[in-house]
Design a protein around this ligand. Structure first.
Ligand SMILES: Nc1nc2c(ncn2[C@@H]2O[C@H](COP(=O)(O)OP(=O)(O)OP(=O)(O)O)[C@@H](O)[C@H]2O)c(=O)[nH]1
Ligand SMILES: [Mg+2]
Length: 209
């Protein structure tokens, strides 16, 4: 069940009713290395998770319509929990990616406990956007993450990234494969490059909040 139930409802007047959310302000609040060091204002959080290089930071930039999060040339650079305050109402949280072979052993060891603790202990976390590359329906790490989120009953939306890599008319088998591999009924396809999927994602976020 969604863990939002214990959260206070937001003031909905700040949102447009049907179309893309009206972004009035974005603030980069902080980067934390521990879940306890996140903001303490009780506002809800939607976390973005996925393999390193899947396009998490680009996805946040797609949603906010500007260069909010840092898109690195080298994968595995972001190793902190990064908080972006949207409309003074909720946080988009950019989490470090998993599965990048070249990060040091210590970093790899630290990733699990840090993300595990953030996801399971952070009371204000209300949903996770699990990002999956449109071309990857066979990733054991993504499957593991999906299963882990389901086990902990964390509300999870599947966001397919890099949609532009496959022509629209040829996407169906890729999307069907992702649905069946990870057990999702619905997917939202995005492309940060082509600015695709922004309003569909905002609608989901509005529904969650
Ligand atoms: N073609 C295409 N490339 C993309 C898209 N989104 C991201 N990229 C590229 O993929 C690379 C990784 O993007 P990031 O947004 O930094 O990925 P990330 O998941 O935040 O990576 P880490 O922070 O290292 O975990 C960059 O070179 C982006 O330009 C997309 O929709 N289409
Ligand atoms: Mg990133």
């Amino acid at each position: 069940m969604p863990r939002l139930r214990h959260l206070k409802p937001l003031n909905t007047t700040i949102f447009e009713t049907k179309s893309t959310m009206n972004i009035r302000s974005i603030e980069y609040l902080k980067a934390a290395s521990r879940w306890q060091d996140g903001p303490k204002d009780g506002l809800p959080e939607i976390a973005v998770i996925g393999r390193s290089n899947v396009g998490k930071s680009s996805f946040i930039n797609l949603l906010t319509g500007r260069k909010t999060a840092h898109v690195a040339k080298t994968p595995g650079k972001t190793q902190l929990i990064q908080y972006f305050l949207i409309n003074h109402a909720f946080y988009l949280v950019d989490l470090p990616g998993y599965g990048y072979a070249k990060v040091g052993k210590e970093t790899k060891k630290a990733w699990g406990p840090m993300v595990d603790a953030y996801m399971t202990k952070r009371e204000t976390l209300c949903a996770v956007a699990l990002l999956i590359d449109i071309r990857r329906s066979d990733s054991p790490l993504d499957l593991q993450m999906r299963e882990w989120l389901a086990y902990h009953q964390i509300l999870t939306c599947c966001i397919v990234t890099k949609g532009d890599k496959i022509a629209k008319g040829k996407r169906k088998p890729y999307l069907d494969a992702i649905k069946s591999a990870y057990g999702f009924e619905k997917l939202t396809v995005t492309s940060s490059l082509k600015k695709e999927g922004k309003s569909a994602v905002w609608k989901k976020i509005e529904a969650i909040l």
